[in-house]
Design a protein around this ligand. Structure first.
Ligand code: FE2
Ligand code: FE2
Length: 158
């Protein structure tokens, strides 16, 4: 039991080590201002996706670091999507926000191919014309939806 807890603690430390520069960046912290699913804000949602990505990709011997970092950035669109269409007249947030998040993320962080794939293609199959090209990208299409459902139904631990 103690060993399991220690292992989990070590895994959380390694996870945080992989994302800490992103998690503490002022632009990324702005996501805390925007509600996302249920009572969860964009920042917490991205943290949830990042952590699930990290765990799953480590388990599958994939690039857990890139999956965690892109998880933190995948919804960096920086507006409240609930009121966005009424305020700007721009509809189709579900289709357009991956490109907005990518444009914002690449201004502040050097993104590798996996990270770019995760951010741009995480909305598949809503964006049916944008298929993930990496295993980490496919995993994010699942973790994103899993976290979204958990957050919307207010479960404590997505
Ligand atoms: Fe998204
Ligand atoms: Fe998301």
């Amino acid at each position: 039991m103690k060993q399991r807890l220690r292992r989990k603690h070590r895994e959380k430390e390694r996870f945080y080590e992989a994302i800490k520069d992103i998690a503490a960046h002022p632009v990324v912290l702005r996501m805390k201002l925007y509600p996302h699913h249920g009572t969860t804000n964009c920042y917490q949602h991205c943290m949830n996706v990042a952590y699930n990505n990290y765990r799953l990709c480590r388990f599958l011997h994939l690039d857990a670091r890139s999956a965690a970092r892109a998880g933190m950035l995948h919804d960096l669109f920086l507006y409240d999507w609930h009121t966005h269409a009424a305020r700007t007249g721009k509809h189709f947030h579900g289709l357009t926000h991956p490109v907005e998040a990518y444009q914002n993320a690449k201004k502040f962080f050097a993104l590798n191919k996996i990270e770019k794939d995760i951010i741009l293609n995480h909305m598949w199959p809503v964006t049916f014309y944008r298929l993930p090209r990496t295993k980490e990208g496919w995993i994010t299409t699942l973790t994103d939806k899993y976290c979204g459902v958990c957050e919307t139904s207010r479960r404590k631990r997505p």
